[in-house]
Design a protein around this ligand. Sequence first.
Ligand code: PLP
Length: 373
Amino acid sequence: MSRDQGAGVYLDHNATAPLRPEVRTALIAAMDQIGNPSSIHAVGRRARAMVDRAREAVATLVGAEPDRVIFTSGGTEANNLALRGGGRSRVAVSEIEHPCVLKARLDADLLAVDSNGLIDREDLAEFLADAGADGHVAVMLANNETGVLEPAAEIAALCREAGALFHCDAVQAAGKLDDITLAGTGADSVTLSGHKVGAPAGIGALVLADRFDPAPEILGGGQERGYRAGTENLLGIVGFGAAIEAILDHGLAERVRIEALRDRLEAGIVALSSDIIIHGREVARLPNTICAGTPGLSADRMVMKLDLAGVRVSAGSACSSGKVTPSHVLSAMGCDPTAATEAIRISLGWNTTEDDVDTTLQALERIFARRAG
Ligand code: PLP
C-alpha cells in the first residue's frame, strides 16, 4: 500500500507524484557532489557530466537532440518561456490550459472545447486563418483535471499549414503516455515538470524542435546555451534525469499496471452510485486519472471525507490557493457552476497498489452509505 510518511493512500499523483526510489538514490549520491557545472576543473566536469546524463534522458523521452533541452525551474517557467519568449504577436490557448499557460500571455485568444474537453477545431481554424504566421497556439497534451488527451498531431498540422507555432504542455502526459515526442505531437516545443514524474518540484524542461528559438526570459550567464540564465539546479536536474530514466526503463509495464488499477477503481465507483458522473470518460484519457462528480456533494466535502478515511485525492477544481471554486476546465466543458464544484480528481501512479484501490472503494462505500442512511 502506498502508505509512506503518513501519506495514507496517496491518489493525487497529478498534483505531485511521490519521489521514486531511483530518484531518492540518485539524489543522495548527488548530495555529496559539490561543484558548478560551468567550472572547468575536475569537480565541475563531474557536475557537468551529471547534467549531461539527465539532459540525455529528457531528450530521449521527447525524441529531441540533447542540446534542445532547456532545464527550467518547472513547468510554469517552461510554459512562460515558450509563449512569452516565442514573441509572436497573436497567441491562442485552449480554455482548459493550466493557469501558467492561461496567464503567460494575457492578450491570448481562448480556444473553446466541447463537452468532452476536446479542442474546438472551428475556433482553432478561425484563429489560424486570422493570425497566420503571426500566431502561436498552445494546447496541452493531457488535461490535469480530467486526463483528456488533445489531438496534438492534428493541431500541429493545422498550425504548420498556417505558419503558426504550436506549443504543447506535456506535463501531465510524461510517463503516462507512450509517445510525448516532438515528432509524435508535432509540437515546436514541449513542456515537462519534474514533480509530476517522481522527481522533486522546482525542476522542469522546455524541449525545442530545431525550428523554434524562443528569446530568454531570464537573463544573465550563458547557462542552458543562453536560453535560461542561472547556475544549474544540479540536484533537481539529477533527480529529474533519474525519474525519466526510470520511466524509460519500465514505463510501459507501469502504465499498463496503473491503467488496470484505474479501470477497476472507476468501475467500482460507478457501481456505488448510479448518478456519479465521470468527466471525459467518452474520449481518450490518461491511464491514471478519474475525474468524478457526485451530484449534491461538493468536491471539498468529498475530499475531506476521503481524507478522514486516509485517502488523499484532489478537488478537481482546487486552485493553487487550495480554495474550491468552479473548475474552469469543467465549466469550459459546459458543466453548470454546481457540477463544476462537485468533481474530485483521483490520480494513481507508480506506487499505487491493489490494496489502495480496495481501501478507496471501501471508504467511498461508507461515505455513500452514510449519505443514503
Ligand atoms: N502544466 C500542467 C498541465 C500542470 O498540471 C502543472 C502543475 O500542476 C503545470 C503545468 C505547472 O508545473 P510546475 O508545478 O512544475 O510549475
